[in-house]
Design a protein around this ligand. Structure first.
Ligand SMILES: [Mn+2]
Length: 436
C-alpha cells in the first residue's frame, strides 16, 4: 500500500510513518539548533519534554465538522458523516501530533452500531474514549417529551424521568467503549423573570443528578459543567462554578466541577476558580477554547494566550501541591466550534496552544515565586511569571512531538499531504457532520 502523498485505502485516509519521517528530516537541522539553545537556558529540559509528550488532549466528536451560528453554516467539505469517519479524523490529528490520543463522544449523535468494532477501530489509531456527553438540550426525532422548558429541572416528572433515563443510557454506551466519565451540561434555566422558581429548579435538578450518579460505575467520574448564559438568558440552573460545586458536593466523591473556558461572564478570573476547585478536590476536567465576548468557541489561545498560561500556572501549582499526575488526574478536552477554518487545522492549533501554555507554566520558578509572594514583592512575582510566558517554548513542544514519532510542523505537513483534498475525494464536498 504505497500511498505517496498521503493515502486513501478502504479504511479511509492514513498518514504513514515514512511521510512523517521525510517531513521531519527536512526540518531537523534548524530544529536541533533551537532545542540545543533552550537546553542551555532551561534547567531540567528533558523532564519538561517528557511531561509534554505524556500530555494528551481529547478531541470532541462535534468539533470535527464545520459549526454554524443561528444565522447560517458554511460547509468546508470532506466532513465526517459517521462515527467511523470521526475516529479516522482524530486518528489523523493524532498521527500528526501524538497529542490527541482520545475522542469524546456525544450521545445520541455518536451511537455506535457495534461498540466492539468501534473500539477496535479506535485502537488501530491509538485512540481511547474520553468522557461521554449526554444531550438533553435539544429534542431528538421521535422523542416523547420536549425539553423546551428544561430537562432535569422540568416541572413535569415524566420529562425529568426521560432525561435521567437518557443519561443512564449514555453511561451504558460509554461503559461498552471503555470511557470512565460522564459530562452533563444542562441548558436548563429560564429566559424571563418569574418563569422559574430557582430553589425548586435546583432541587429537582439535584434529585435527577442523584439518580444519574447512582448509576455510575465505581471507577467513573461525573462532571457537572456550568454555563453563565445561553440558551437561557435570564437564569441558568447550573450557571457558575459555585452552583456546580454545590451539586458536586451534595452528590458525592465521584462528582466534580468541569470548567469550560467560554462559559463565564466577561473578565471572570478563571485561574482563581481553578485554584480553589483544586483546593477543594473538586476540579474534574477542562473544556478548552477561547473567547472575546462569551461562549465564542474560538481556537484555544487565539484571543488571550496569557490567560491560558495563567490558568496552567494555577493548574500546575495546585496539582503539584496535591501530588496529582498532570497527564491523567484531570480530564483535558477541547470544546471548540469552527465556523470559517478547516476544523482539523483549527484543532491542531488548539492542541499546540494548550501544550505551549503547559510548557510555559512548567518553566515558572515556583520557589522564587513563593518567596516573592511571602515578601510582598509584587514586581518580582510579575517578572517571574512573564519571564516564563515570554520564553519561546515551541521548540520544546516540537521536540516532544519528534520523540513521540509525530511531525515537527503538523499543519505544514497536513497541507503538504493535501489531507483535506483527499477527505473531500473520499466523502464529498457537501457534507455535514452528524450532530451539527
Ligand atoms: Mn463545554
Amino acid at each position: 500500500m504505497p500511498l505517496g502523498r498521503g493515502g486513501l485505502n478502504n479504511n479511509g485516509m492514513r498518514i504513514e510513518q515514512d511521510q512523517i519521517q521525510q517531513h521531519n528530516d527536512k526540518l531537523a537541522g534548524k530544529h536541533r539548533k533551537k532545542v540545543a539553545q533552550l537546553s542551555n537556558e532551561i534547567p531540567d529540559v528533558k523532564k519538561i519534554i517528557r511531561q509534554l509528550a505524556a500530555f494528551q488532549v481529547a478531541i470532541p466528536s462535534w468539533a470535527l465538522g464545520t459549526g454554524g451560528t443561528r444565522f447560517g453554516r458554511f460547509s468546508g467539505g470532506g466532513e465526517p458523516g459517521t462515527l467511523e469517519e470521526k475516529i479516522e479524523d482524530v486518528g489523523l490529528l493524532h498521527a500528526l501530533n501524538q497529542s490527541s490520543g482520545a475522542i469524546s463522544l456525544h450521545i445520541p449523535w455518536d451511537i455506535p452500531t457495534s461498540a466492539r468494532k468501534i473500539k477496535a477501530l479506535a485502537h488501530e489509531h491509538g485512540l481511547l474514549f474520553d468522557a461521554v456527553n449526554s444531550n438533553t438540550f435539544q429534542d431528538q426525532p421521535g422523542q416523547k417529551h420536549s425539553y423546551k422548558f428544561g430537562s432535569l429541572q422540568h416541572v413535569n416528572e415524566k420529562v425529568r424521568k426521560q432525561a435521567i433515563d437518557h443519561n443512564i443510557e449514555v453511561i451504558k454506551q460509554g461503559k461498552a467503549l471503555g470511557s470512565h466519565s460522564l459530562t452533563v451540561w444542562l441548558s436548563d434555566g429560564s429566559s424571563f423573570p418569574g418563569q422559574l422558581n430557582f430553589r425548586k429548579a435546583f432541587e429537582r435538578t439535584l434529585e435527577g443528578l442523584r439518580e444519574i450518579y447512582a448509576a455510575l460505575p465505581s471507577n467513573w467520574k461525573l462532571f457537572v459543567e456550568y454555563k453563565a448564559f445561553e440558551p437561557n438568558f435570564y437564569s441558568m440552573t447550573v450557571g457558575d462554578w459555585g452552583q456546580s460545586l454545590l451539586y458536586a458536593n451534595k452528590l458525592g466523591p465521584k462528582a466534580y466541577t468541569l470548567v469550560d473556558l467560554g462559559h463565564h461572564l466577561p473578565n471572570a478570573n478563571i485561574e482563581q476558580i481553578v485554584s480553589l476547585l483544586l483546593m477543594e478536590k473538586k476540579l474534574g476536567g477542562f473544556h478548552f477554547n477561547d473567547s472575546k465576548y462569551g461562549d465564542d468557541d474560538l481556537t484555544v489561545g487565539s484571543i488571550n494566550p496569557y490567560q491560558l498560561f495563567l490558568i496552567f500556572n494555577e493548574l500546575i501549582e495546585g496539582m503539584d501541591a496535591r501530588g496529582m499526575n498532570h497527564a491523567t488526574d484531570l480530564g483535558w478536552m477541547i470544546d471548540t466550534s469552527h465556523t470559517i477554518k478547516d476544523p482539523l487545522e483549527d484543532l491542531l492549533q488548539s492542541v499546540e496552544a494548550i501544550k505551549i501554555a503547559y510548557a510555559q507554566a512548567l518553566l515558572v520558578d515556583r520557589r522564587e515565586l513563593n518567596r516573592a509572594q511571602e515578601n510582598n514583592d509584587v514586581a518580582r512575582a510579575q517578572e517571574l511569571l512573564q519571564h516564563a510566558y515570554r520564553t519561546d517554548v515551541r521548540p520544546l513542544v516540537a521536540e516532544a512531538r519528534l520523540q513521540s514519532g509525530a511531525a515537527l510542523q503538523p499543519i505544514e505537513l497536513f497541507r503538504a499531504l493535501s489531507v483535506r483534498k483527499q477527505l473531500i475525494a473520499e466523502r464529498g464536498v457537501k457534507t455535514k457532520a452528524t450532530g451539527l
